[in-house]
Design a protein around this ligand. Sequence first.
Ligand code: PLP
Ligand code: ZN
Length: 500
Amino acid sequence: MRPDQFPAFIQPDLIPRPGGELIYRCLGCGDAYGIDALHYVCPRCQSVLLIEDVDFVRHKDRSAETWQQIFDYRQMLSQPALKGIYRYHEFIGPVIPLESVVYLGEGHTPMIEGNARLQEAVGVRFYFKNDGQNPSASFKDRGMASAFSYLKFMLDSGKIADVLAVCASTGDTSAAAALYAAYLQDKIKSAVLLPHKKVTPQQLSQPLGSGARVFEIPGVFDDCMKVVEKLSDTYRVALLNSKNAWRILGQESYAYEIAQDLEYDLKDLVVVVPIGNAGNITAVMRGFIKFFDAGIIDTLPKILGVQSAHANPVCRYYREPEPARRRFKPVTVKASTAQAAMIGNPVSMPRVIQLVEEYHRRSEAQRTCFIEVTEQEIMDWELQANRNGHIACTHGGECLAGLARARHKGLVRSNETAIVDSTAHALKFSGFQEMYFANRFPEEYQVQPRPELINTPVLVRPAGLDRFPQPGEPLEGEAFQEFVEQVSREIAEQLGLVKR
Ligand SMILES: *Cc1c(COP(=O)(O)O)cnc(C)c1O
Ligand SMILES: [Zn+2]
């Protein structure tokens, strides 16, 4: 629909205009810095930052109903800049003019309800939100669309020129960064650092295909992160890890979409997210808090953060029930099938600690919990989900395993509904499925396949045939008839088919 075709009352608010007053806020010393320079940590105390809208109170001038109508009507617009995360422009990047918005099809991923069988197995009603249906097949595109729109805004307004964007990655950050950089290649080049052999072949193929400079580093993600931090401290590069606060802003869209898709009624809702570098859970909590503070929603959903026992620093921190006695200690990670979350020293930990406190301050009850699961549970739940019509990655399996455990322990009640984050597409992690089916998991993963979940292809090559079709050498005449006859008979036997 064209803007002039909308009802008159919505027209003034339909297309957002640049506004607000964004600053970087340091989580350590509380200092503020203008956004006309690129900052990743506080120049004074080196702590991580979040972007704050100093004029946030203006959002309360609109009623909940007006906001809901604005977002709902915007769904009907055909403007690319408002088709993705910037449908929520006022909450994501109010200073960014729509001309600077980079849209590659990210956001507004579907929520798919589990079928009766799977919901019964989990013990509670739930939906997968399929963030693997983003353009580079993970939720990282949400944050990249925001970070790149900001960079484009800075380029368009002449504040920076010739950007080299760098990131360290467990695979998906680099795939997303390289995709957006390839689109803007006249102005932005990208280089990505990956832990050698710790990303899947599919993930490695993505930045290579997008034309990024790809560097493989011995070690794990935490080691790559240190190198990238050194690069961004020493050289003129744009850092694209979730340490970059613009990434967090974009990923808040996940929370806004859930609110909108549930008609802004978040009573008895549990939102389940996997935790790696903790950027995503930061963004999800922050998104719900911002909608709550603006009065758009009146309940904060319960947040359930899930980690593998092989990479569990956040769960360990929250194991201590007494807040004053909690101490953060990085862990040494072990091999995990939730490989994109295989991180022992999450960069966003200070953000999580602050947001969990803010979350509790706003809601009467304990509204965040953290749970760890085994590698075995991750694989079993992923495969079981996909056998029931989903496209969950291992992290989606991790979340579902966490939900089942939380339900079992009474942390989730039977009247609640959960949204489970499948953060990437199943195909990115199909190698783990192959290892499971072939019972070839290296010892360190500690995964034993359950026979009823194994599936392998059957080669049909009837013993009575001596000739088979080949590319470029088809069979003809009687030989072909015989081939079709015998192959059909063998398949019918294996399937136990009855003649009609
Ligand atoms: C990055 C990533 C995670 C972890 O998200 P964080 O923001 O690092 O906590 C989980 N799943 C997938 C598929 C990812 O790419
Ligand atoms: Zn500071």
